[in-house]
Design a protein around this ligand. Structure first.
Ligand code: CP
Length: 332
């Protein structure tokens, strides 16, 4: 493995191999596998799980890591190509990232979408520009439209609790006080399709995922024997669901328009997952969310604290899943 940028770069069998390696590392630790290896972690955006689980993963495999949070104790880094750097940023990623890469064996970068121009973000313009100046194995820690580490952990979680391959997987929009990125929903719809599931994207009008994202997921579903569709009809979507995966995301019809997005979601407060969402699901339906989550805005306490919720398991699985990625990238 050269990089870990997108789950779509790996066949279904290769993903299952990575999950098997993650399981093996849980039961048969390899505390020296990455001895003397160093992982650099660059976070342009906040994190709790990704930041801590990658550092712990390196420690458990015998390696070490350093963290750069541009602008917080380090120079602020400019990411845009062609920028006239007369503002706060003192250094461009075109200089900064190759320097950091030269100190380590692999680099991880988290850089969210700009959230202004949908096509600019769909093209992963900033992330691709950064990747082009890194000559070491690169890990996507969440980019404009992807979060492969989360998807690998989520897939592992479904395997270990026995969610059938052909089960109905409902990715549901839930509300949030602010505009949030489309990275996790984009990665998640693809992940479930790649696993071969019956995928339904449930979202109100104005929040459809872009055709580029849906087409990619449909291609993965076609290869794996699953399906992907979308609807705004909650009762029909949730009927018979084996998994409800909730996620907040911003309007795609009002992308970059904060006021327009806010107007759209003003009457959508009932898009908060409550126990009654499970009235007609499969009896053993599970609840998933990548975290962080706003309690009683996006998801009610009764769901997060109830027996259907596997959100803690998903978060825990970030650790073994990423240990497997690091092992494949760096172990000799
Ligand atoms: N799910 C996830 O990536 O969490 P963090 O943003 O806390 O890393």
């Amino acid at each position: 493995m050269k990089n870990f940028l997108d789950l779509a770069d790996f066949s279904r069998e290769e993903v299952l191999d990575l999950i098997a390696l993650a399981r093996r590392l849980e039961t048969h630790p390899e505390p020296q596998a990455l001895a003397r290896k160093i992982l650099g972690l660059v976070f342009f955006n906040p994190s709790l799980r990704t930041l801590s689980s990658f550092q712990v993963a390196m420690m458990k495999l015998g390696g070490s890591s350093f963290v750069i949070t541009p602008g917080q104790g380090t120079w602020q880094l400019e990411t845009k190509l062609g920028a006239v750097m007369n503002g706060a940023a003192a250094e461009h990623v075109r200089e900064g990232l190759p320097v950091l890469a030269s100190y380590c064996d692999a680099l991880g970068i988290r850089a969210f979408a700009e959230g202004k121009d949908l096509h600019y973000d769909l093209a992963e313009t900033n992330f691709r520009a950064m990747a082009s100046v890194v000559d070491k194995p690169l890990i996507n820690l969440e980019s404009a439209i992807n979060h492969p580490c989360q998807s690998l952990a989520d897939w592992k979680t479904m395997e270990e609790i026995g969610v059938p391959q052909r089960a109905k997987f409902v990715l549901s929009w839930v509300t949030h006080p602010r505009v949030t990125p489309i990275a996790v929903p984009s990665a998640t719809v693809h992940m479930a399709a790649h696993r071969g599931m019956e995928v339904v994207v449930l979202r109100p009008e104005g929040f459809a995922l872009p055709p580029e994202i849906m087409d990619k997921a449909r291609a993965a579903a076609a290869a794996a024997g699953g399906s992907v569709r979308e609807t705004s009809q909650r009762d029909e979507a949730l009927a018979g669901a084996h998994v409800i995966y909730a996620k907040e995301w911003g309007s795609t019809t009002h992308y970059g328009d904060t006021a327009g997005d806010a107007a759209l979601r003003a009457n959508l407060a009932d898009w908060c997952v409550r126990d009654d969402w499970f009235a007609n699901t499969h009896a053993d339906c599970k609840f998933m969310h990548c975290l962080p989550v706003r309690r009683n805005v996006a998801v009610a306490d009764e769901v997060l604290d109830g027996s259907r919720s596997i959100v803690q398991r998903e978060a825990h699985n970030r650790l073994p899943a990423q240990m497997a990625v690091l092992h494949r990238l760096l172990a000799r």
